[in-house]
Design a protein around this ligand. Structure first.
Ligand SMILES: CC(C)(COP(=O)(O)OP(=O)(O)OC[C@H]1O[C@@H](n2cnc3c(N)ncnc32)[C@H](O)[C@@H]1OP(=O)(O)O)[C@@H](O)C(=O)NCCC(=O)NCCS
Length: 203
């Protein structure tokens, strides 16, 4: 049987099937009201910096500790460049949620592993001014469909045990609980247990 990665791609990092194509469509796809989703692109750094600054308190309990540079244009331009390099390597699919010129969230499938695994990790946040309107639920549905179209087999997500809103978003999108991973991620400066959930994309 032939190996789809082929001998020229021993690390499985090239993108012969166009997996990164999921993040290349140009215009935002409408999600809820005026909020849409589109692939991250070069030039998003300043709007992302403003979004992270606006949402600093909203996101602090759910994210790693961020250095001050994270909230600056330069810091976000660096972050965007890194994500786009990872996209070209086929290991990350990054999207932004937008409302006009404003970034109001992100959706990122990172750590994509090829070969017999074909799986990635889903992470996201939504601007505090946009929550409670179904934005994350619609955005996760968009990402799940894009990843299925591009041939991924599985997505995994981890939430803090008390992140009921995120667990609701994932369950509504067909994610099922795997179990609890102890001290899985260092969030807000502390190693914290997480509920792991998975979605098989052929289902
Ligand atoms: C989690 C998050 C992405 C949800 O975004 P959102 O756009 O508000 O999500 P949705 O509106 O699609 O759905 C959230 C659902 O959870 C429900 N919910 C909110 N808080 C809840 C709580 N404390 N307990 C139970 N359900 C809750 C909402 O009511 C909503 O359900 P409904 O539509 O029946 O009312 C957003 O709150 C966020 O960015 N939080 C901070 C970062 C974060 O937690 N990221 C995810 C890390 S795993």
């Amino acid at each position: 049987m032939s190996d789809p990665a082929g001998p020229a791609d021993p690390a499985g990092l090239a993108d012969p099937a166009g997996l990164a194509g999921a993040a290349r469509t140009a215009d935002p796809a409408r999600l809820v009201g005026t909020v849409g989703i589109r692939p991250l692109r070069a030039g998003d750094g300043p709007a992302l910096a403003r979004a992270y600054a606006r949402n600093r308190d909203h996101l602090a309990p759910w994210e790693p500790l961020r250095p001050e540079g994270w909230f600056t244009e330069q810091g976000q331009e660096h972050n965007v460049t890194r994500r786009l390099v990872e996209q070209r390597q086929g290991v990350t699919l990054p999207w932004v949620l937008v409302d006009g010129d404003r970034v109001v969230g992100t959706m990122t499938v990172s750590g994509i592993v090829r070969g017999p695994c074909l799986s990635g990790n889903l992470g996201y946040w939504v601007d505090g001014a946009c929550t409670g309107r179904g934005v994350a639920t619609a955005a996760v549905a968009h990402v799940v469909a894009a990843c299925a179209r591009e041939g991924l087999h599985r997505l995994q997500a981890g939430t803090l045990l008390h992140n009921a809103a995120s667990q609701t978003v994932l369950r509504r999108n067909g994610f099922e609980r795997i179990g609890v991973a102890r001290r899985y991620l260092r969030i807000a400066g502390t190693w914290q247990d997480h509920v792991l959930l998975e979605r098989l994309l052929e289902d």
